[in-house]
Design a protein around this ligand. Structure first.
Ligand code: CUA
Length: 299
């Protein structure tokens, strides 16, 4: 209603919600009205002595049957949209969605990786959800879909985007310090634009930036000097950093060697004032070089 509804299932989820809400609003008013009526009708001045009322077969059948029917109506309406959400159509494009503290990574059938989810307009997409650490939950409000990412298990979601644009992706399972920052976007473009992106090389900024995005580094490190879960990348190269090495404080130069060590063995030197929570992120030697070359440019 307030959030755009732009997927195949959104309309069904919204109508289910509307029906249930209508029933609830009706019941709220019915119960409240009955209550007020009883308060007035059976007030103490009119009924000084309370009576014990027994029996009322018809009434008992009615208040058992009517709620049962209402609940079953809600169940079947809900089931209808649930089946739509769970039944993946043949030929849906599979995209691996990997959750990690605290970023999303999307891997396409051709091996392309991205931290935002680019999808073509009008074509079904199946997200295969995995978690590398703790429970996360992928939620796209505009598509009305949501599913947990469970460590050691594979879950899925599917959708067909009905409008172009950029829509929020949230993590809706509390997953630690960076949970609220575990954001991404789904970017819906016409098939032609999507294909150009899909078949094209990395985005502008070169391999270094693409890697920082796709490996999820930017979930915890900013490039503009602002403080996130981890220290910023801006001006990092060549600066002096105060770190804790095996619990001992020391000040060292952030040279190439330091940067490499911080990626390969994140717990070796902990920058003072930050928690020791960075996971080991698998990178090849080539990728690491590209990242470091790029970091050098962030003055
Ligand atoms: Cu991931 Cu909350």
């Amino acid at each position: 209603m307030f959030i755009p509804a732009v997927s195949n299932s959104a309309r069904h989820v919204d109508s289910t919600f509307a029906v249930i809400l209508a029933i609830e609003v009706f019941l709220l008013f019915a119960v409240t009205a009955t209550m007020i009526f009883f308060i007035i009708r059976y007030r103490k001045t009119r009924n000084p002595r309370s009576e014990n009322i027994e029996g009322g077969m018809l009434l008992e059948i009615a208040w058992t049957a009517i709620p049962t029917i209402i609940v079953l109506i809600m169940f079947f309406i809900g089931l209808k949209s649930f089946i739509i959400i769970r039944k993946v159509p043949e030929g849906a494009m599979p995209v691996q969605a990997t959750a990690r503290q605290w970023s999303w990574q999307f891997t396409y059938p051709n091996g392309k990786q991205s931290s935002t989810l680019a999808v073509p307009l009008g074509r079904p997409v199946k997200l295969i959800l995995r978690s590398l650490d703790v429970l996360h939950c992928l939620y796209i409000p505009a598509f009305r879909i949501k599913e947990d990412c469970v460590p050691g298990m594979e879950t899925y979601l599917w959708f067909t985007a009905k409008e172009t644009g950029s829509f929020d992706i949230f993590c809706t399972e509390y997953c630690g310090l960076g949970h609220s920052g575990m954001l991404s976007k789904v970017v819906v473009t016409p098939e032609k634009e999507f294909t150009a992106w899909y078949e094209g090389a990395g985005e502008k900024g070169g391999l270094g930036l693409t890697l920082l995005e796709s490996k999820g580094c930017l979930g915890c490190h900013s490039m503009d000097g602002s403080k996130k879960i981890g220290p910023t990348f801006k001006g990092l190269y060549g600066s002096q950093v105060t770190v804790l090495t095996k619990g001992k404080e020391r000040t060292i130069a952030a040279d190439e060697e330091y940067l490499k060590r911080s990626v390969l063995d994140p717990g070796a030197d902990i920058v003072k004032g930050y928690p020791n929570i960075m996971p080991v992120i698998p990178v090849t030697g080539e990728e690491l070089d590209a990242v470091i070359q790029y970091l050098k440019t962030l003055r």
